[in-house]
Ligand binder design. Structure first.
Ligand SMILES: *Cc1c(COP(=O)(O)O)cnc(C)c1O
Length: 229
């Protein structure tokens, strides 16, 4: 029963994505990441039994540590605030840490990775909504930040992540996603680094807009998992 609901929801998101791709002549793959932060272990296991090979994402370091210990057959991402004292819970555990938002934590994660023989894949999170409570580097610092990241041997920056303001004003959301796509395109064309190929934007409420603005990774929680216990 629960599995049927999950499959229906998943299929309807995939169909939506496919329709947007068709109507906007998008020919690259768009990765769906299932955000499990509101879900129980039982619901997550049902989802995994569908064998959709969708990465899962958590936003709290301890939850990632605990859940990845219980659920071994999943590809985990981390999407929450990265704190130095919890870097050990996520580094080498998540295949992609999407939310690196300070030079300090980048340096610290690089050190930790070096000591533990890890090369950690990350995305750099940018603050595109100008809300002071949101995490992220300032857009206009992107060159400095990316240059710095290239000096770190145990960190691979695969791309960028950003969150738009939570608002009904579609023009605001469009503008914010566009600002991240612009620096993503700039980095791609200025550095021509093959591993830099991920633009993670869009959640349940705004993934359609994000895809139109160039996103190739959407992070969806509530549309998949809401009201399932
Ligand atoms: C919770 C969360 C999501 C998913 O949000 P939904 O609106 O439930 O789809 C995506 N990205 C980040 C960074 C999140 O914290």
């Amino acid at each position: 029963m629960r599995k049927n609901i999950l499959l229906k929801r998943y299929n309807s998101i995939i169909e939506n994505i496919s329709n947007i791709k068709n109507s906007h002549n998008i020919n690259y793959d768009i990765t769906l990441v299932a955000v499990t932060k509101y879900s129980s272990i039982e619901v997550i296991n049902d989802f995994l039994e569908l064998k959709l090979s969708t990465p899962l994402a958590e936003s709290k370091a301890q939850s990632l540590r605990d859940r990845s210990n219980i659920i071994k057959n999943a590809d985990w991402h981390f999407i929450g605030g990265v704190q130095k004292n919890k870097i050990k819970y996520i580094t080498g555990v998540a295949s992609l840490i999407q939310s690196l938002d300070s030079i300090d934590t980048l340096l610290f994660m690089d050190e930790y990775s070096k000591k533990n023989g890890i090369v950690q894949n990350v995305l750099l999170q940018f603050n595109i909504s100008d809300e002071s409570q949101k995490n992220g580097f300032a857009i206009n610092a992107y060159k400095m930040v990316y240059d710095k990241s290239l000096e770190l041997n145990n960190i691979n920056v695969l791309g960028l992540m950003g969150m738009a303001k939570y608002t009904d004003d579609i023009s605001v959301i469009n503008k914010e996603f566009e600002s991240l796509r612009v620096i993503y395109d700039n980095i791609k064309s200025e550095y021509r680094n093959e591993i830099f190929n991920t633009l993670s934007m869009g959640m349940s409420s705004d993934y359609e807009i994000a895809i139109k603005q160039g996103s190739n990774m959407v992070r969806i929680g509530s549309t998949l998992f809401e009201d399932l216990i």
